[in-house]
Design a protein around this ligand. Structure first.
Ligand code: ACM
Ligand code: ZN
Length: 659
């Protein structure tokens, strides 16, 4: 047993410290598993003199039942007027303890005397940064690693390759960086609006960048010294337009002319594709020591594979029943390559399509059900569902936020997620990850604004036991931490000014048509049914996102008839519509109101025309189409007509209000 070091000067300082800035373990994110506050306090500077005990018998006995990963990261802390003691059995445990102490020290001048016993709930606690859509450089990544480490996160996933740009140096295929890392259009939006043109680095107006091998070496080293593993992602076989621009021979070819077929998917029939990925992943493996190598696997369109003679020949030769199995063939082959190098293939949940490769791990993003299914098939899974963990979605009322991709995932929604819910075998649940996609995040400031404080919630979900978590308590701590890191130059979302969910969604609207039957002349979309045939007269209105299940979607015009049950005087008809042009949801061009006494013979009353040009509106928007009328009738027909324009695909409304 190592003797405690009692420092007289520290004791005197402890006496002199004021009561006002005392920090206890109840300030820390992620919340420790267990703590108790005892009498007294010490100056925060005493943290530097903390003594480590690695063989405390009681501590060793206490961590014995834990899983290996939790035992490794477990720690105990004792803060007494005589000094600070850390108990841990590994460097990682000591690091986590010091992180807690540094966290408390950063919050105030003196620390409450206390004991802490702590260990993580999950082995994987991370975030993903998309640095393809809008490039972020080494220094920015190092700056974020400081916060991730203070939150006891242990994984940083870098999305290094996508249509919008290749972001890591590869020696064997130099055009990836000299060409596919550059484009015309500084931001993703400009590039996309301009027709997605790539550039050579030397071209006038070329914009972009990539991490050099030296950058990667520094990032990996910096992260490792903070017990954070960096997982590289090289996206394949879809989202690969930048690869095909630099190396067009990897594209599928036309059956007739032999010309490249337009697609973002690489050709799986071509052996050169496998030579390319073996070389690229070989270099990635040399750069990143991560056990897991992420190969993407999501959202391949697969269309070109159906036309390409090389892909068709591959399917025939390998006895593959279709394009799903063709994708699976590629993923399995890449998986074998990675395992021959001692690494594990990790991919988005579409890698399950056509059969999951042996030993592959899955990142569940399309909700949680794919992850649950992979676990039932005994695969390891990281949960990053877009229903809770997508940090590119709005975190507050869209009109008070910079433009985002859509959706609505405020801090309390992230925090409400329990990754273990619905999981049949917890041993295959590796943990949780927040994903920050960056199509609409072009500046460093906006990146941080989207990340913090929601990353705090991801960290606490990953570390703290479910039973000690409480949102009001977490919110209090998240506010303090946000303020602290803002002072250090991070641009966080201001939680104190949070507006919250759409007010209309919080109360039931009472009106004359509430509870009345609705006849659909055109059916609603099966994909966005809300609660079905009662949705438009149930009094429930939509939230900022259509995911609150009150918005009903139409992949057509909307044409409904509300039956008021008997002839009544009608003074008002109205409905809210939702628009998010990037998601092909638009306001109707017009809304026609007609009424009838018998349900078959309708007389036209009023036509409202679209006043807002949503083609140029950014993100999510809401418009009320409502009009006073003066009629006597039993049936009210509301017909909303889409504009004949690109992206005016869906209509969404939440309630037909009649008064
Ligand atoms: C994804 O969001 N396409 C993984
Ligand atoms: Zn092909």
């Amino acid at each position: 047993m190592i003797k405690l070091k009692i420092s007289l000067s520290a004791m005197l300082l402890a006496l002199a410290t004021t009561l006002s800035a005392q920090v206890g373990p109840d300030e820390v994110i992620p919340r420790p598993v267990r703590y108790s506050v005892t009498n007294g306090m010490v100056p925060s500077s005493m943290v530097e003199d903390a003594v480590v005990i690695s063989d405390d018998a009681e501590f060793v006995r206490e961590i014995f039942p834990l899983d290996d990963f939790a035992r490794r990261e477990a720690y105990g802390i004792e803060i007494t007027p005589g000094g600070i003691t850390i108990k841990a059995v590994s460097d990682e445990g000591i690091y986590r303890a010091r992180t807690t102490l540094e966290y408390m020290k950063g919050m105030g001048e003196s620390l409450k005397c206390c004991t802490i016993f702590d260990y993580p709930r999950f082995r994987h606690r991370g975030v993903m940064f998309d640095i393809s859509r809008n490039f972020r450089d080494k220094d920015f990544i190092l700056k974020q690693i400081d916060v991730l480490a203070s939150l006891k996160m242990n994984s940083l996933h870098l999305h290094l390759a996508d249509d919008a740009g290749w972001r890591v140096e590869i020696g064997s295929y130099p055009e990836l960086c000299s060409r596919a890392a550059y484009r015309f259009g500084k931001t993703w939006e400009e590039w996309s609006a301009g027709g997605c043109h790539y550039a050579n680095r030397s071209d006038a107006g070329a914009s972009g960048g990539f991490l050099t091998k030296e950058d990667v070496r520094q990032i990996v080293k910096y992260a490792a010294s903070r017990h954070i593993n960096v997982i590289p992602e090289i996206e394949l076989p879809g989202h690969s337009a930048e690869v095909l621009d630099a190396y067009p021979s990897l594209a599928c070819v036309d059956e007739v002319g032999g010309e490249p077929v337009f697609s973002s998917d690489v050709c799986i029939g071509n052996e050169a594709t496998f030579a390319f990925y073996d070389a690229v992943l070989g270099e990635i493996i040399d750069m990143f020591p991560s056990e897991y190598i992420h190969i993407g696997g999501d959202e391949a369109s697969k269309g070109s594979w159906e036309k390409c003679p090389r892909c068709k020949e591959r399917m025939l030769k390998e006895g593959l029943s279709g394009v799903d199995e063709l994708q699976s063939y590629m993923i399995r082959r890449i998986g074998k390559f990675l395992s021959s190098k001692g690494r594990i293939l990790l991919g988005w949940d579409e890698i399950m399509q056509g059969g999951l490769a042996a030993g592959a791990a899955v990142m569940s993003w399309r909700g949680t059900q794919n992850g649950e299914e992979a676990i039932r098939a005994s695969h390891d899974v990281i949960m990053s569902p877009n229903t809770y963990c997508y940090l590119d979605y709005y975190q507050d009322a869209p009109m008070y936020c910079p433009r985002a991709i859509g959706g609505y995932i405020p801090l309390d929604k992230v925090y409400s997620y329990d990754p273990a819910e619905g999981i049949s075998d917890i041993s295959h649940l590796l943990g949780i990850q927040g994903n920050l996609w960056c199509e609409f995040i072009s500046s460093a400031e906006q990146f941080e604004y989207m990340l913090y404080p929601r990353a705090f919630a991801i960290a606490e979900i990953g570390w703290s036991p479910q039973e000690v978590r409480s949102y009001p308590d977490f919110r209090r701590r998240a506010l303090s931490l946000s303020k602290r890191i803002s002072k250090r130059g991070y641009n966080t979302f201001n939680l104190e000014e949070e507006f919250g969910e759409r007010p209309q969604s919080k109360e039931v609207v009472s009106h004359m048509a509430r509870g009345c039957a609705v006849k659909y002349n055109i059916p609603y979309s099966k994909k966005y049914p809300s609660t079905g045939t009662d949705a438009l007269t149930d009094g429930k209105q939509g939230g900022w996102s259509y995911s609150n299940n009150a918005w009903q979607g139409f992949s057509s015009d909307m044409d409904v008839v509300v039956d008021l049950g008997e002839k009544k005087p009608i003074h008002y008809v109205g409905a809210w519509f939702f628009s998010c042009i990037t998601n092909w949801v638009a306001f109707p061009e017009k809304m026609e109101i007609s009424v009838s006494d018998d349900g078959s013979d309708f007389r036209s009353v009023y036509t409202l025309r679209r006043e807002i040009d949503d083609d140029n509106l950014k993100g999510s928007n809401y418009a009320l189409y409502g009009v006073p009328i003066s009629e006597n009738a039993r049936y009210v027909r509301v017909r909303a007509v889409r504009a004949d324009k690109p992206r005016h695909e869906f209509l969404f409304t939440d309630e037909i209000v009649v008064n």
